[in-house]
Design a binder for this molecule. Structure first.
Ligand code: AVJ
Length: 310
């Protein structure tokens, strides 16, 4: 009981709150990471494809904005997974180093291996860490530091926490640094809702896997199939919410603690905030970044921002 476990702490805090919440980082054990990979291929889930269109069409311009006059850059990616997206940027940058931070060793090994084969001149560093917790940047060759945070993962933070997180990245890259951030844009409510409730039920399985993960990892006793998956759009807060709604009452044990969940009660598992271009620019500004430029896909569903430390 002396080993601090920030994830378990967050879980116990969330289950004690009113209404009950669970941290979205719970989705990503090996099973959940594989389910998320399937989500990115679904017709209903447009963000991954829309972002890929931005990189394919505007990668060189984006890279030019963040590299500026630097002749050497280091790309730093919190939550890199297997690093597939970094390639799309590295190929256009004068990169001398790449740092990937992720909780999944498997993803790090695969990704770092692929990157170092593809970019033999780039020093590739893999760091096993949850980037929500403090982690240390290794010694790097002299280079402009560029943080890379694609996929609209920034949408998982409340706007105030997004400012805090980006301000942390601003500290990491320093006064001559930059950042590239992927941001999903506010749009038609039903398009948003279905993106988080696909007809194939993959997102429902992904959401329920948060509970399976708790059962496996902490010996929790959730009756997983006793929860219905729901995607709700909150128009005022500009976010999509994922919920697990208990069909019947459950008494659940988690790490020796007991929690009562009433019939119809919801566990709120994720927020995905959607921005407009000015709104996200403002978040970046509050974090100490100025917007150098942004690019969208042709349908203006998704934006990638180039930010400079100001
Ligand atoms: C990986 C956080 C960007 O919020 O769209 C996908 C996760 N949740 N479907 C998102 C997710 C449900 C995804 N992010």
């Amino acid at each position: 009981m002396t080993d601090p476990d920030p994830l378990l702490d967050a879980v116990l805090r969330g289950l004690s709150a009113e209404p009950k919440t669970l941290p979205p980082t719970l989705f990503y054990d090996d099973v959940g990471s594989a389910l998320f990979d399937r989500i990115t291929t679904l017709d209903a889930y447009y963000p991954t494809r829309a972002e890929a269109l931005v990189f394919d069409e505007h990668g060189p311009a984006l890279a030019a904005l963040v590299a500026g006059d630097a002749d050497a850059v280091a790309l730093i990616e919190p939550g890199c997974g297997s690093g597939g997206k970094a390639e799309k940027l590295l190929q256009h940058l004068p990169a001398v180093a790449y740092v990937g931070v992720d909780v999944s060793v498997e993803a790090l090994i695969g990704g770092a291996g692929r990157l170092s084969l593809r970019f033999p001149g780039v020093q590739v560093v893999a760091i096993e860490a949850d980037y929500h917790q403090p982690w240390a940047l290794p010694e790097l060759p002299p280079a402009r530091k560029i943080a890379f945070f694609p996929g609209s993962t920034i949408g998982n933070f409340d706007p105030a926490d997004a400012v805090g997180f980006l301000a942390g990245l601003r500290e990491v890259v320093g006064p001559s640094g930059a950042a590239v951030v992927g941001v999903d844009l506010w749009k038609d409510v039903e398009v948003l809702r279905v993106a988080y409730d696909d007809p194939e039920g993959v997102t429902a399985a992904f959401n329920r896997n948060a509970l399976r993960h708790l059962n496996r990892r902490y010996g929790a006793t959730f009756d997983v199939d006793g929860f219905a998956h729901e995607s709700r759009v909150d128009v005022d807060r500009r976010r999509v919410e994922m919920h697990l709604v208990a069909r019947g009452a459950q008494d659940v044990r988690v790490a020796g603690r007991r929690f009562r969940i009433e019939a119809g009660e919801s566990l709120h598992t994720e927020n995905a905030y959607k921005y407009d271009l000015d709104g996200f620019s403002d978040v970046a500004r509050q974090a100490g970044f100025r917007t150098l430029g942004w690019f969208t896909d042709p349908d203006v569903r998704f934006a990638v921002f180039a930010l400079g430390a100001s």
